[in-house]
Design a protein around this ligand. Structure first.
Ligand SMILES: Nc1nc2c(ncn2[C@@H]2O[C@H](COP(=O)(O)OP(=O)(O)OP(=O)(O)O)[C@@H](O)[C@H]2O)c(=O)[nH]1
Length: 606
């Protein structure tokens, strides 16, 4: 047990790639928590996918012992926060478990969109901020310029910046000393009723749900009965302890400490991020810790097995993923075109991508995904308000009074030479200009309001390509607003394909309809007969293209001679078929369902 005066709880926040994980590794190594060799096995980012994508998805916590220059030993808890905006709520809960944050800024890049986004979250959580300018070993590092940015943009005195190289271990001691001296110790009530904040949780096949907790008041003991204040779920703590960096069972966690409890719950939904752990006796007396929010899906898509007999496997896989991911939402859905599948809700596009990849890689499933959609609020003429997250379920125009869609506040950091092309991009995406602020002579912060539906259709890729990768983006939900939206149907061979319907702005409907049928003509393979592809609003066809009938047998090319070539060709064809769906009498490939994602903007400058 450590008294609160000798505990420091902190996290590292940074823009992607500014060196958060490398700095964490250096701190763990310097304090002897892990050896260099163990570090190679990557301790903080555990999931394979995280490593490959180079991002941190799940927050975790590690305890270190550090003897400071004042001769005293401190317990330092480093809480790792997810780095992507899709997981902003999880970030905010991890921050709520800390008293301070190291704000890492790349000395060659300066302040970026997520540096500020994370900083604001940290300030909201009332954390002490220690600015660290990292990568000063690089020849292109310009620490003086970045210091000035810290003063001008972030508002912290530039003298407070610690210069560091996480790669070479420069500045490590300065950082640890600053953590001890500047970050306040926890100030909970040791005698009060138990209150512990769940800032992350995951499902473990042997121990059930493991919750990562910060004890705010009181003491948490193993074998004690506990209750979750928000969900009401009750259980007995099977084990309590901390990460060092592997699980160390310690029997209890005292006031101010960070660690884990094995809850025995079978599903993370019993033990949600943001919930408060307490003891049954304190219910009604102790207030829940502030900030609990159920996860809210922002992006929706249909997931269908390519082979319909895989449906039960897909259901089981989603069920298992959900055990570990309270933010994943799904329900059965039937599409005329695609058969039986699931409507899924995700926190954002990255979340969706991760789930899709896990289904394919860990569960070996071939999945067909429909284009992502947002949730629309539709007021019908009879006054009823419904939520529609699947374009094919949009009521017909005659029944609709108004449609509201989610808008986001977006901020873009960019060198000023790209202002023109970004403005152009954002405007074609129905963005509304809010502000332009010079960060320094050649860098600006642009803010806009923009529909989420426009953001999820390759906006980020467009932004990156138009700015040679220099711009950085951050966004937050702003609220629902009414827009002039209509449903665009796509007919293949005279049949409306429900999974290809989309909701578009009236002004863009004609352009998007044209672009989509043109694109589909290139994607839908030739059949034995001619296939018309049409875009329609209600019963009015606004665009048409035709896929010509197939003329030659593909094998004709081989002159009937070389059998191995023939076999190769057939195999290649089979491969190409993997992600095809028969819709009526026409085969439609996966790419067709995603075609809407790469339609471009109808703007000239690319
Ligand atoms: N030269 C140099 N490279 C560094 C330093 N710190 C980190 N890097 C490199 O920068 C890259 C990104 O570092 P990470 O620690 O993975 O960055 P991160 O902020 O954790 O990234 P995310 O997990 O994606 O948020 C890696 O290739 C590191 O090796 C440094 O001090 N000097």
């Amino acid at each position: 047990m450590t008294d609160q005066a000798h505990i420091r709880n902190f996290c590292i926040i940074a823009h992607i790639d500014h060196g958060k994980s490398t700095l964490a590794d250096r701190l763990l190594e310097f304090t002897g928590t892990v050896s260099k060799r163990e570090l190679l096995e990557q301790t903080l980012d555990q999931m394979e996918l995280e490593r490959e994508k180079g991002i941190t998805i799940k927050a975790q916590a590690v305890r270190m012992k550090y003897t400071a220059q004042d001769g005293q030993e401190y317990e330092l808890n480093l809480i790792d926060t997810p780095g992507h905006v899709d997981f902003a709520y999880e970030v905010s809960r991890s921050l709520a478990a800390c008293e301070g944050a190291l704000l890492v800024i790349d000395a060659t890049q300066g302040v970026e969109a997520q540096t500020l986004a994370n900083l604001y979250l940290a300030l909201e959580a009332d954390l002490t901020i220690i600015p660290v300018i990292n990568k000063i070993d690089l020849p292109s590092a310009d620490p003086e310029k970045v210091k000035q940015e810290v003063e001008d943009v972030i508002g912290l005195p530039k003298e407070e910046c610690i210069l560091a190289s996480a790669k070479e271990g420069i500045g490590t001691v300065d950082i640890l000393e600053a953590v001890v001296k500047q970050i306040p110790p926890p100030a909970g009530d040791p005698a009060g009723p138990l209150r512990a904040l769940v800032f992350d949780s995951h499902y473990d096949a042997y121990k059930g749900v493991i919750a990562y907790v910060r004890v705010v008041d009181g003491v948490l003991h193993a074998e004690e009965k506990v209750v979750m204040m928000a969900t009401g779920s009750a259980t007995e703590v099977l084990e309590a302890g901390f990460f060092h960096p592997r699980l160390v069972s310690s029997g209890e966690l005292t006031t101010g400490e960070v660690g884990y409890i094995a809850t025995g719950f079978k599903n993370v939904k019993d033990c949600r991020v943001g919930d408060t752990v307490t003891v049954p006796g304190a219910l009604g007396k102790a207030q829940p810790l502030p900030g609990y929010q159920p996860a809210k899906s922002m992006v929706f898509a249909g997931l269908y097995p390519v082979a319909s007999e895989d449906y039960p496997e897909l259901r089981d896989a989603l069920e298992r993923l959900k055990l570990n991911d309270a933010a994943l939402y799904y329900e059965p859905e039937t599409s005329q075109a695609l058969g039986f599948g699931f409507r899924c809700g995700f926190l954002g596009l990255l979340h969706m991508e991760i789930i899709q990849e896990r289904l394919e890689r860990e569960y070996n499933l071939d999945i067909l995904a429909t284009a992502p959609s947002v949730a629309y609020l539709v007021t019908k003429t009879d006054g009823e308000v419904i939520e529609v997250d699947n374009p094919s379920e949009m009521p017909s125009a005659g029944e609709v009074e108004k449609i509201e869609e989610p808008f986001m506040d977006i901020s873009i950091f960019t060198p000023s030479r790209y202002i023109g092309t970004i403005m152009d991009l954002v405007t074609t995406r129905r963005g509304i200009y809010v502000d332009l602020k010079y960060i320094e002579s050649e860098r600006v912060l642009l803010t806009y309001k923009m529909p989420l539906a426009e953001l999820i259709v390759d906006f980020y890729d467009q932004l990156k390509s138009r700015t040679q990768g220099y711009a950085s983006l951050d966004y937050n939900f702003a609220g629902y607003e009414a827009s002039d939206l209509i449903k665009l149907d796509i007919l293949v061979n005279g049949v409306a394909v429900d999974a290809l319907s989309l909701i578009v702005h009236r002004d863009k409907a004609y352009y998007q309809g044209r672009a989509l049928v043109e694109k589909l003509r290139g994607l839908i393979p030739r059949q034995l007969f001619e296939v018309p592809i049409q875009a329609a609003i209600g019963s009015r066809v606004i665009a048409r293209e035709t896929v010509k009938a197939m003329r030659k047998d593909v094998l004709a090319k081989c002159y009937g001679g070389d059998i191995t070539r023939k076999r190769k060709l057939l195999e290649k064809q089979k491969e190409g078929k993997k992600r095809m769906k028969m819709v009526g009498s026409v085969e439609i490939p996966q790419e067709a369902f995603m075609a809407v994602l790469s339609l471009g903007d109808g703007s000239s400058s690319k």
